[in-house]
Design a protein around this ligand. Structure first.
Ligand code: AQP
Length: 331
């Protein structure tokens, strides 16, 4: 079977980048694949999360998936820590992956920053846990953004080394699913940085729970330049902020960037931002409303996650048993 696995960290501030780069694509895959969508709480604690906040962040992430079109009756939706196989397989992969491989991961370097000695060990071995997430279900496809491609390659390396070391075709070589152009949404304050949950500036990001006034304010304050919109998107070269805003408009309207430029050719960003605000409010408000509705009933979200967890457990159990046997663990 073709099986998709993907997840996002419940580290607060779900944003438009998560929606355009991940959640809405997940919804589109549901009819063609067996889909497993995970709220990766074990990944989230690689950096400090307040325990009381974490519970709600997990529910909010699940609500964001559902509000974006992930249907719990079609897809499996659960939080990672519920299924112990993720941690068990991650340990085995800690013993398969090489230190040299992890040392090449650029995300660790970015996230650990200068104070690398003080980063958690979990942050360092994060890619091994991600490989375990995927391979615990023998997922054949993972929808990834540009930023996760390196980690998926590591997953393939781990699968291959495991298959070699233990002399069998245990794992598939998982394929990336690259969906749509312009899946990468950049910060509203700096068009060279990606929009991110952990950016300290609220004005850098469009949160999925921002109200219409906040959305309008953030777009009005978004960094731009004084030039006009060109007829063709290629002429936005060298103008990262302009490129980003056009990209957001195009993605939300399912248009090409060229079509957006054609529509606004010769206009300045004052005009364009007004149109963009309308589109963003129009597309984000239904998601926000649905998230609010879902969050009013935490018990419902918890029951979805629990049922999803049981389904995930049922798929992973025989796979993990097989893996442990291959490694030589007595059962
Ligand atoms: N700016 C983005 N544009 C497009 N896609 C994005 N994703 C994240 N940011 C953008 C995609 O969202 C999914 C979930 O991401 P994650 O929760 O695993 O964390 P991340 O990629 O580390 O996202 P953030 O927002 O940058 O979080 P922090 O600040 O906590 O590290 C992934 O599929 C990702 O590609």
């Amino acid at each position: 079977t073709n099986r998709v696995f993907s997840g996002a960290q419940p580290s607060g501030n779900m944003h438009l980048g998560n929606y355009l780069g991940a959640f809405r694509n997940w919804a589109k895959l549901q009819d063609d694949f067996e889909c497993i969508y995970c709220v990766v709480d074990m990944h989230a604690i690689t950096v400090w999360q307040d325990p009381e906040d974490l519970k709600n962040q997990v529910r909010e992430a699940a609500a964001a998936y559902i509000a974006s079109g992930v249907d719990p009756s079609k897809s499996i939706l659960f939080n990672q820590s519920r299924v112990p196989g993720h941690a068990e397989l991650a340990w085995i992969f800690n013993c398969v992956a090489r230190i040299g491989w992890l040392n090449r991961m650029t995300q660790f370097k970015d996230k650990a920053g200068k104070n690398r000695e003080n980063a958690s060990v979990g942050l360092y071995v994060y890619p091994n846990l991600m490989a375990a997430d995927i391979l615990l279900y023998k997922a054949t496809h993972v929808p990834v953004g540009e930023d996760q491609k390196q980690h998926l390659e590591l997953t393939r390396d781990i699968a291959q080394k495991f298959n070699n070391d233990f002399g069998r075709e245990m794992f598939p070589l998982t394929e990336p699913l690259i969906l749509g152009e312009g899946a990468r949404v950049m910060s509203l304050r700096d068009g060279t940085k990606k929009m991110s949950k952990s950016d300290p500036s609220e004005y850098s990001r469009i949160n999925l729970n921002d109200d219409a006034d906040t959305l309008a304010l953030k777009i009005r304050k978004a960094k731009t330049d004084a030039e006009l919109l060109p007829a063709l998107a290629k002429d936005l070269e060298g103008r990262p902020e302009a490129q980003n805003l056009v990209g957001i408009y195009a993605a939300l309207m399912d248009m090409s960037r060229d079509a957006v430029c054609g529509q606004f050719e010769g206009k300045g960003f004052g005009d364009f931002k007004k149109a963009l605000t309308d589109v963003v409010v129009d597309k984000v408000a239904p998601i926000t409303n649905e998230m609010t509705r879902l969050m009013a009933d935490p018990a419902y979200i918890d029951s979805i996650l629990q049922q999803g967890g049981e389904k995930a457990q049922a798929i992973s159990e025989p796979i993990l048993a097989d893996i442990k046997k291959a490694v030589g663990f007595l059962a």
